[in-house]
Structures are given as C-alpha cells and as structure tokens.
Design a protein around this ligand. Structure first.
Ligand code: ADP
Length: 239
C-alpha cells in the first residue's frame, strides 16, 4: 500500500509540473507586456499569481522528494565531501537572498581547522544544509544573526554542523512534532512565510540515509532562537 501511495504521489506531482510551467510562462509573457501595456493593478495581480505558482512549485518538488525518499528511490552518490565548501556556498546564497529581499541578517561561518572530509552525496548534503539555513533565515526577524559552525567529533568519527539563529524559537510543545510531515508552527512569522512543513522531514530522512544524526535545541523563548545540528560520518581513505 505504501509503495502504491508513493508511486501515486510521484506521478501526480510530476503531472502537475507541466501545466504549472505553462501557467508561469504565460504570466511572464503577460508581465513583459507582450499582450499590451499593463496598468499597476494588473502588474500587481500577475505578481500574486507568480508568487503562488512559486509556492505550488515548492510544494510539488517537496512532495516528489519525500515520496521518492520514502519509496527508496533516491540513491545516494556517495563520495568524499568538503562540508566547509558547501557551507560557504549556502551562506553566500543566503546573503544574496537577504539583499534581494531587503531583510538584513548577519550570517557567519566558522569551521574548525583541518576539518576532515565526510562521506556523502554532494547535492543532498547541500540540500540538507540549505534547508536548515533557509529555515533559520525565514524564522528570524530582520537584523537577526545566523551562525553556522562546523567541527569534528573525533570520538564518534563524525563531523557536526550547527546552524544557530536568534529568531522566534520553537515552543517545547511543538518540538516533538517538528519532524512530522506537514507540521508548521503557529507564530505569525511562520504563517507569513510560504512553506509546506515537508522541509524538516526530508532533511531528517536524508541525514539518516547518510548514517548521520539530527537534533535541535530551543528554549522556545522568542529572540533566543534555535540550534539545529546534524552529523555526517568522516570519510576514511580506502572507503
Ligand atoms: P516549513 O519551513 O516549510 O514550514 P519545515 O519542515 O522546514 O517546513 O519546518 C517546520 C516548522 O518548524 C516551521 O513551520 C517552523 O514552525 C518550525 N521551524 C523550523 N526551523 C525553525 C527555526 N530555525 N526557527 C523557528 N522555527 C523553525
């Protein structure tokens, strides 16, 4: 039953993509004025349509991802991965986002010297980190701070990544449900942010497929923020 359900979700999400691409294409054409000049109202309405297509796109790609992961159809391409390099890219991308959206956020990245490589799928590791940093960005009001810290846990043979923010935090009651599919908080900043509640379940599955661990800490006091941490196994020569 589970496999059938996953296949159904995968097919439906895939089929939704085609009409959505067409809708977006025509909205772009209209916005460019190809069907005649637009007044301010019309431009605004087209913006609303475009934003909602974007939301649908995120939903569909998250649904596709989770159904692929759950039906075991994602195969990791494991190789030695440099976590610091990936984190640098993700931080740079988020800084660009903060500039485009005019939402100032201080972002910093600290890595331990001589950090060992980990074993993982480059694209998926990037997806994990990008998701956590984007959540930190989304759920931290402007002028907040995000810190990414990467360090080795030599005893466990792992590298640990902490993503810390000083945003709205997560209430103790909500913490147990955080990694459930479709769970979203009720804070006004969450309600104002487009999202599916599929990000963290996807991240957790991906971390576990890598034989890593993931957890979080938050006092639940707004302004005290949260820390999301995950680990990946250190790459050993000859693996
Ligand atoms: P989404 O971001 O699409 O809502 P996620 O699965 O990534 O989905 O996150 C689920 C919920 O967890 C969010 O709606 C939010 O309530 C909470 N959350 C996640 N990350 C943070 C964070 N860094 N600070 C505060 N709340 C968070």
């Amino acid at each position: 039953m589970d496999r059938l359900k996953s296949e159904f979700v995968a097919t439906v999400s895939h089929e939704l993509r085609t009409p959505m691409t067409a809708i977006k294409g025509y909205v772009d054409i209209l916005t460019m004025g190809a069907a005649g000049p637009l007044n301010e109202n019309q431009v605004h309405f087209l913006d609303v349509v475009r934003n909602n297509i974007e939301r649908l796109n995120i939903l569909v790609s998250d649904l596709l991802d989770i159904s692929r992961i759950e039906s075991g159809r994602i195969i990791l391409e494991q190789q030695p991965v440099n976590l610091h390099d990936i984190a640098e890219e993700v931080v740079a991308e988020t800084l660009r986002r903060s500039q485009t959206e005019n939402k100032p956020i201080a972002l910093s990245l600290e890595s331990q010297r001589n950090l060992p490589l980990v074993i993982g799928d480059n694209g998926r590791v990037r997806q994990i980190l990008s998701n956590l940093v984007n959540n930190a960005y989304n759920y931290t009001p402007e002028n907040g701070t995000i810190r990414v810290n990467i360090h080795q846990d030599a005893e466990r043979g792992e590298v640990q990544v902490d993503v810390e923010d000083n945003g709205i935090g997560i209430r103790p009651d909500d913490q147990a449900r955080l990694f459930d599919r479709f769970f979203r908080g009720e804070h006004p900043l969450v309600l104002a942010t487009p999202g599916t509640g599929l990000g963290l379940p996807i991240v957790r599955q991906l971390v576990e497929m890598h034989k890593g661990r993931i957890w979080m800490k938050s006092t639940g006091v707004p302004g005290e923020g949260s820390i999301f941490s995950f680990t990946l196994p250190v790459y050993k020569n000859g693996e």
